[in-house]
Ligand binder design. Structure first.
Ligand code: ZN
Length: 259
């Protein structure tokens, strides 16, 4: 355990706390998700609050007391300026931050999740503005990566049951078990796989690509709105099924659509 800690961090959420303070949650490279309080962040110490705005890498110094963890120093080291000024990428980044905040526990140690989120922010900060369909595709891709960090990697290459390679037109989709099952296994054990449903090859391709490609490459493929709609519904179902903190009355793509 530590009593004071210096770390890089990206603030993912904050809210008013007691009379004059704010409470923050931030993602760090080596200490996972940290919660801390900014004393006087709502009055007087405006500089502290300004430095703890989201979408920057900050150097934090925090101290763990008997009752709460408090920030005692903060310095900005990389600011994502486009995210601070352009509404579309900002909404997408906010949606990703909120989803991390809702689904990642403070005690989960995951060094790569910080890097994953940082990659997304750097991409959004330099990418051209793209339409809602592309927004949904990119955020869906991020969620598939988030699922992997939470321990639910989707099986898109081999059959969940017999582990054989999945062949075109010979598979079904099972959201509860998180992936594809070959039709042989479904025919052999229909009771076990009764909930598996058919899925178009295009949707599998979108799921694989959204999860595995570089973010910049997610701008390349032409996207059909109805395919992305089905892709998004799949990701939503996976999140709803496997991630307790995911709020299912607001599908993730709603948060990126303006007006
Ligand atoms: Zn099989």
């Amino acid at each position: 355990m530590w009593s004071t800690l210096k770390t890089d961090a990206i603030v993912i959420a904050s809210e008013p706390w007691k009379e004059a303070d704010r409470r923050y949650r931030a993602l760090t490279p080596r200490n996972g998700k940290l919660e801390f309080v900014g004393r006087g962040a709502r009055k007087g110490k405006a500089k502290l609050a300004a430095h703890l705005e989201p979408f920057a890498i900050v150097k934090l110094e925090i101290i763990k007391g008997a009752r709460s963890t408090t920030v005692i120093g903060v310095e900005r080291s990389e600011v994502f300026t486009a995210l601070a000024t352009a509404i579309e990428p900002r909404l997408l980044a906010l949606a990703a931050a909120t989803l991390i905040d809702k689904t990642v526990r403070p005690d989960l140690e995951d060094e790569t999740l910080y890097q994953e989120f940082l990659q997304l922010l750097r991409f959004l900060n330099t990418a051209p503005v793209f339409p809602p369909t592309r927004n949904t595709f990119v955020l869906g891709g991020f969620l598939l990566r988030l699922l992997r960090h939470l321990g639910y990697d989707v099986e898109l290459g081999a059959c969940l049951s017999c582990k054989d390679d999945i062949r075109p037109l010979a598979f079904r989709w099972h959201e509860g078990r998180g992936g594809l099952v070959c039709t042989n296994c479904v025919l052999e054990r229909p009771q076990e796989w009764f909930a598996a449903r058919s899925m178009e090859e295009e949707i599998v391709t979108l799921l694989r690509f959204a999860r595995d490609a570089q973010y910049t490459d997610l701008l390349r493929p032409s996207l059909k709105a109805d395919h992305v709609g089905e892709f998004a519904a799949c990701v939503h179902d996976l999140m709803r099924f496997h991630v307790p903190g995911y709020v299912n009355e607001a599908p993730f793509w709603n948060t990126t659509t303006i007006g």
